[in-house]
Write a protein that binds this ligand. Structure first.
Ligand code: MLT
Length: 317
């Protein structure tokens, strides 16, 4: 098969794809504007940050499979894919540990104001008193929204740090408490409002759907305790960003954010988001899944999926 890999991908996995008899076109800087041309004659497309809009899917007669090398498929126009007979698959679970690690790193960093600390010290300033007011993590109530693979990994880390972990069932799937959640000691609360009222850390681990869009809105933020921490390593659109800024300004809410609504598609450039420069935000560049371990695990699964597809089986659709 002819395969276009439109984002960075480990070399060993590209070699494997070629050894399996495929013809691989590795164009890691292909943006959505260049996709149609780059896709010419390809049956399989592998993307990570590159968006796949309807215009691309409506203009190809060879494409049969799009693989998003991550868990979310919200960057791909699924309706257009389905009307053009193109399968859209994701790679669930393989980057869960990496994303949970980043969410937890943001929590620790916010509590100890690590980024401000480092910036001050680098500038030659010594201000020990300013940095002596951390609340600490142990004993805090941490609310986890979404207990899929990433949410569970995050919950396990939070529990290991001695927090009380609370969660709601996935509002979308009515997901029942899993054995793993019980083993971690997760306590389920009745609804989102209760979670917001009682937890001073809220971590989002839900896919972007019409139900979850703006889930963290003005009403919900009105209920979180002053000084609460919101962690978003899922999708920017889960949060009403204006409402979050308001909560930061009126009640000292702080946020660890890896994902933004106005996220650039290209790997380098600039970001136009009021959250990125806000002093109450520790923001990162949508790098939750960006560890060598995670990217290798995702790539190995992509190779397995393409091989299976060649043999007539569609995995993870
Ligand atoms: C995901 O959907 O798992 C992440 O967005 C993937 C990524 O950034 O690589």
């Amino acid at each position: 098969m002819r395969i276009l890999v439109a984002d960075t991908f480990p070399e060993a996995s590209l070699t494997e794809l070629t050894e399996l008899g495929n013809e691989c076109f590795y164009r890691p800087d292909t943006g959505s504007e260049q996709l149609s041309e780059a896709l010419s004659g390809c049956e399989v497309l592998v993307v990570r940050s590159t968006r796949v809009p309807a215009a691309v899917l409506d203009n190809t007669d060879t494409l049969r499979l799009v693989i998003r090398a991550g868990s979310g498929t919200n960057t791909i126009d699924r309706a257009a894919a389905s009307r053009n007979g193109v399968h859209v698959c994701n790679v669930p679970g393989r980057n869960a540990t990496a994303v949970a690690e980043l969410a937890f790193a943001l929590l620790l960093a916010l509590d100890r104001q690590i980024a401000d600390n480092v910036a001050d010290l680098r500038a030659g300033r010594w201000d020990k008193r300013r940095y002596s007011r951390a609340r600490g993590i142990h004993g805090r109530r941490v609310g986890v929204l979404g207990l899929g693979g990433i949410g569970l990994e995050f919950a396990a880390r939070a529990a290991a740090f001695g927090t009380h972990v609370h969660a709601i069932e996935n509002p979308e799937r009515g997901q029942p408490a899993s054995d793993r959640a019980s083993a971690i000691g997760v306590e389920f609360v009745r609804n989102l409002d209760e979670l917001a009222r009682t937890c001073d850390v809220l971590s989002l681990h839900l896919p972007l759907t019409e139900t979850t869009r703006n889930l963290v809105d003005r009403d919900l933020l009105a209920q979180v305790p002053p000084g609460a921490i919101i962690l978003n390593t899922s999708r920017g659109e889960l949060v009403d960003e204006d409402a979050l800024i308001e909560a930061m300004e009126t009640k000292g809410v702080r946020a660890g954010i890896d994902v933004f609504t106005a996220e650039p598609e290209a790997s380098a450039g600039s970001i136009d988001s009021p959250l990125a420069g806000h002093p109450n935000v520790y923001g990162t560049h949508h790098i939750g899944a960006s560890t060598e371990q995670a990217q290798q695990a995702v790539a190995s699964e992509v190779v397995r999926m393409i091989d299976a597809f060649d043999a007539g089986t569609v995995l993870h659709c």
